[in-house]
Design a protein around this ligand. Structure first.
Ligand code: SAH
Length: 246
């Protein structure tokens, strides 16, 4: 397993390059949040750092994969909430296609509004659950990359995410900084799903209005096909995460 550090600063240039679109996204988010509780992070500075920049942290891995596969990527963002990281990645890489999967309807409606306002023609927002969609042939093992931020422990995430990947594809999990135990516990589940834990990257965000925060990305790579029985239904995944099953 490879450990590296990501420098977030150069990613600021994307916020400048797409300034108007990000302003609009921010405005829609702050506005909608007054009606529905979409996200805890609502001040404009926080939205820029904690949502937009943070979503871009995985871009380097995705760019490398696109280069390696020599094609634009087909990406799935699972549990995308108000659109993170999926819509942000779609905005800065219009040649890629992004499927943004979210289980809560009001969040799906919000994302549709954002896509329309920002003219994001490369995004398909789907109202559904990962453990169901992963068994449909039009989704299973069809993606180059899967992204997931803030949904569950890695042992749960690996069961939800890896079935969607084609061989050589990568899953990127956005995580906090204290990961050793979680990664250890996920090694068997990732393997059972046909993957390996390939890289861990640390990075630091510097929000203007609060102290710096350390985060990590965990990158898993798909090596073998996923056994047909996975993912199981969500109640079972949560109760008996892979690796702990009897
Ligand atoms: N990724 C976003 C939202 C994180 S909150 C962000 O980082 O800001 C987790 C989201 O995942 C919630 O919106 C929840 O509705 C959704 N979710 C939880 N389980 C899911 C599943 N099995 N399939 C699809 N979406 C799911």
């Amino acid at each position: 397993m490879n450990h590296l550090t990501i420098d977030i600063n150069p990613l600021q240039t994307f916020l400048e390059k797409h300034q108007e679109a990000f302003w609009l996204f921010e405005e829609l988010l702050v506005d909608e949040n007054k009606k529905f509780n979409l996200t805890r992070i609502t001040s404009p500075q926080q939205v820029r750092t904690r949502h937009f920049l943070d979503s871009l942290a995985g871009l380097g891995f995705l760019d490398s994969l696109s280069k390696q596969l020599q094609k634009p990527l087909r990406i799935l963002d699972i549990g995308s909430g108000a659109g993170f990281p999926g819509l942000v990645l779609a905005l800065v890489r219009p040649e890629w296609s992004v499927v943004s999967l979210e289980a809560t309807e009001k969040k799906v409606r919000f994302q549709e509004k954002v896509c329309k306002a920002l003219n994001l023609n490369n995004v398909q927002v789907i109202h559904g659950r990962a453990e169901d969609l992963a068994h449909q042939t039009s989704f299973r093992e069809t993606f180059d990359a899967v992204t997931v931020r803030a949904l569950a422990q890695m042992s749960v995430l690996s069961e939800l995410a890896i079935a969607f990947l084609q061989k050589k594809g990568i899953a990127i999990f956005w995580k906090g900084s204290d990961l050793t135990k979680e990664v250890q516990q996920a090694e068997t589940p990732v393997k059972q799903m046909g993957g390996i834990i390939d890289q861990i990257a640390s990075y630091t965000l510097h929000p203007e209005t609060e102290a710096s925060i350390d985060f990590s990305l965990v990158v898993c790579r798909k090596i073998h096909s996923t056994p047909k029985k996975y993912p199981r239904v969500f109640g079972i995944i949560k109760k008996h995460p892979l690796g702990n099953t009897v």
